[in-house]
Write a protein that binds this ligand. Structure first.
Ligand code: ASP
Length: 336
């Protein structure tokens, strides 16, 4: 393939080795093992360069500064490559894929994020297939967005979620069909792909914003949460039941939410269900959320809602604009 891609290796199981404290990444090791496991004679692979992060991370340690580091690594080299592959741990891969989908505006090249459940150094590893397919997809240039490749499927980055700690097919995008499937051939789902960006690539550097996620459960004592839902929280994602419902038999909750909203906190309602959409006001048990000023996350994943809040607050938009954007599809992250 007459194409060149850049691999950005951030860490994760894919390049880990066993240590006395369990699997951990090892510096300056991955490039050689990758070379020895690829069949460079195969001309279906693009040429590649690799950048290794220092320190390499277990993705549980990823934070906003690393998303900016990955975003910068891509933006600085954007004109030099046909596509990018980001190697990443699986634990927070869906958050990083979502964050990059928002922070990289006007993409017209593939940014494919992947990793593995079993390290590349192990005989039963799923790493080789994930890396090879991601490299080919990055080189082919059909995709113009941040996508996540795992277990034979390519998912929209901001629709993906980790669904299994054990299975090789560890990811899914329950509210969005796969963008491609890798069988004997890689077959793209052309109608599901995003159009290339029309302007120049623009990177928004994400800022550390005070955000919280609150999951409802039966018997929850809302008054205990009053202290955290103050104006010092810029955004809060409520994981409600089903179509966005919360218990209506405790009157303190709508008041707490209203107070938080009045003080400037953007309250976004997502569903605990992986599939389907929030519909505020469909039931009596969600109408109080609507009245209190909460916004609907529709069928966004929590990963997408959290990273969208980071992105919007990093732009210093006024509250009303952030509220409006939370309910608007900006990168293919939701269906209205
Ligand atoms: N803890 C690892 C990580 O997320 C798990 C993995 O990569 O599968 O970095």
């Amino acid at each position: 393939m007459d194409k060149k891609i850049c691999i950005i290796y951030t860490g994760g199981t894919i390049g880990m080795v066993p240590t006395e404290n369990g699997y951990a990444p090892r510096k300056d090791y991955f490039r050689d093992i990758l070379i020895s496991s690829l069949n460079e004679e195969d001309d279906s692979l693009p040429d590649w360069d690799i950048i290794e992060f220092d320190p390499l991370l277990d993705s549980s340690n990823i934070d906003v500064t690393h998303w900016t580091k990955i975003g910068r690594a891509i933006a600085q080299r954007y004109d030099d490559y046909d596509g990018f592959v980001v190697l990443h741990g699986t634990d927070t891969m869906a958050y990083t894929a979502s964050a990059l989908s928002f922070s990289l505006e006007n993409l017209s090249k593939p940014v494919i994020i992947t990793g593995s459940q079993i390290p590349l150094c192990r005989v039963r590893s799923d790493a080789k297939d994930n890396i090879l397919c991601s490299m080919i997809i990055a080189g082919e240039g059909v995709v113009n967005e941040v996508a996540l490749f795992f277990g034979g499927k390519l998912y929209r980055g901001n629709r993906a979620t980790k669904v299994s700690a054990d299975d090789i097919a560890a990811f899914d995008s329950p509210n969005c069909p796969p963008l491609a499937t890798a069988g004997i051939d890689i077959r793209y789902n052309y109608s599901a792909l995003r159009k290339p960006g029309s302007g120049k690539l623009f990177l928004t550097e994400l800022k550390q914003i005070p955000i919280a996620v609150l999951k409802f459960f039966p018997g929850m004592q809302f008054s205990l949460f009053e202290n955290i839902m103050t104006e010092s929280l810029s955004g809060i994602v409520l994981e409600a039941f089903g179509a966005g419902n919360i218990p209506s038999n405790d009157e303190s909750l709508p008041d707490i939410i209203k107070k938080a909203f009045d003080k400037g906190t953007i309250v976004t309602v997502c569903s605990q269900c992986a599939k389907g959409s929030v519909s505020l006001g469909a039931y009596e048990t969600s109408s109080s959320l609507k009245k209190a000023g909460a916004v609907s996350g529709y069928n966004m994943t929590t990963e997408a809602a959290v990273t969208k809040l980071y992105y919007l607050f990093s732009q210093d938009y006024p509250k009303e604009k952030i509220k409006a954007y939370m309910e608007t599809d900006i990168r293919g992250e939701m269906d209205l």
